[in-house]
Design a protein around this ligand. Sequence first.
Ligand code: SF4
Ligand code: SF4
Length: 605
Amino acid sequence: MAAIILPELLPHVIRAEGQASSGGNGNGNSDPENRRNGHSASPSRANVNGQSTGQSNGRAHTIKPTFVRDTHPIDFPWKIEWNPETCIRCGSCVSTCTFGAIQPSLQRQGQTLSAGSFPKPVEATQVIMAIKQVNDPKHYCRGCGMCEKVCPTNSIHPVQNEHNRFPLVARAGGSPVKRGGRGHIRARVFDHIKVGRISQMTDPSLDAARHTFDLLTPLGRGLPAEELALQLDNGRLVESGWMPPVRWIYPIIIGDMSVGALSWRMWESLALAVAYLNEECGLPVVMSSGEGGMPVRLLTSEYLKYYIIQIASGHFGWNRIIKAMPQMVTDPAGILIKIGQGAKPGDGGLLPAEKVAPHIQAIRGVPKADLLSPPNHQGLYSIEESVQKMFLSMNAAFKFRVPVAIKVAASSTSVAVFNNLVRDPYHIVGGFFLDGIQGGTGAAHEVSLDHTGHPILSKLRDCYLDAVTQGRQGHIPLFVGGGFGDTGDLAADAFKAICLGANGVFAAKIFLQLAGCVGNEKGRCNACNTGKCPVGITTQDPRLVARLDVDAVAQNVVDYFLAADMELKKLMAPIGNSSLPVGRSDALVSLSKPVADRLQIAYAC
Ligand code: SF4
Ligand code: SF4
């Protein structure tokens, strides 16, 4: 590149006659040494390693051998491409990157220069400010794209590196890899299923815009007609005894994301959206608290009725919940006892110390430390025993007024658990939440996220058909989750699950995406475990939490629910259903024969 350089700048030009010109390589490593090792030139290191300092051909720099074990940004899942020509060195990218994956550095740049009245080409190098990708597996680029978003000149881009060696370098030191977000599992059975039975002529479709639809679903134990405690009194039907409590709720539940896993602004956004949907839009949407308790102000408010309070094996937050009971002015929508979750079945919850901020310590009553829940509820050694004890104590705590449900990870054995609950003669269980392998989490071991669990639809189908075989379908409402809405079409996924036998679905990741989460199933971000969420959703760092606009997020969630509500109706109308089509698998066809066979629905090609 030819350039005119002013005489006053000449002192900054480092003469290196005989050295070939070199430009930035996108990693901020312009010199040959950096290109190989990603290390800055370090004579002392070279001496320690006993390597020679080359002086031949006028090259006054260190040349070191490349060791395969040395890391380099090309080993990482994302590479940073940076354009020195357009970059204005504002530093926005570096200050925005929460992972410390890029840093400013000096870079030697070769140039052919001209100076004086009679220009004469001069080979020279100059030192420029550059953006360099950090060569440290602890600070690897997550591909979140925040640097790209804030760059005023579009000069920096993360690019996915399909030839990375990250699984090999990330385990240095003997620690298993941990991650948050979602598993890298892309198979979506939903996409093989279409709504194929359309009412026409003799059984005409409904009008989604004008017809009245009933989209409510029960949370609570359903009894067969002959077991209902009802009797006639002067021609009126009155209750003659205790009946299991039932809430009629919207069939899409905001799934379990704890105060702690989420930032306080994110939680507040969801809480605002839930209140608005219930009180202004007439949609009785409920939200699960996740493990970790709830703020006392919420526990003792009227809004508690919109929440399902979760209790998990760590019992985090329950001390405060129990203490708040005398001040509660209303009951919660339900209690959810978490046995397992789809993202890491067989593993307990994990809240890394980085996220245990003072308000989390107060709510959970813990010091700042990694908070690990055991993989199961301690002291309970069989399904029957566990269920009886937990449900009885939970029911007793709320005087048998609140439905109590159980959440398990989908697994080869989950039908057996469901069967035990369905046959329970005391009608204790008010809901069965089944979480599939594509569920997300705040933090997990990567090996669990990517390699354990069970896809949700076949297990949903197994549970539902098993109940049908016994004539007990509907006794325990089935709620399913794990990957619902991953492609943005939550209503479509929910509708298909309902036709396969679910009474409702729970979803979580999609609400984070509505808040601006940049993570995806293809390996982007998923750093929810680090406490450095670049958009302020899963962090407790006040500087990052400030990036989240509470009102805007709440608005997005409300808008999405309103759209999904109409989309559900647009799917119910063509099959002629004005109430939820639970178990109407005749409405579905599969474009895949194995899927059709496994789910017992029609195959279409
Ligand atoms: S993509 Fe995200 S993690 Fe990577 S350098 Fe840019 S801001 Fe940092
Ligand atoms: S943007 Fe935040 S919430 Fe989304 S994957 Fe990254 S760390 Fe997790």
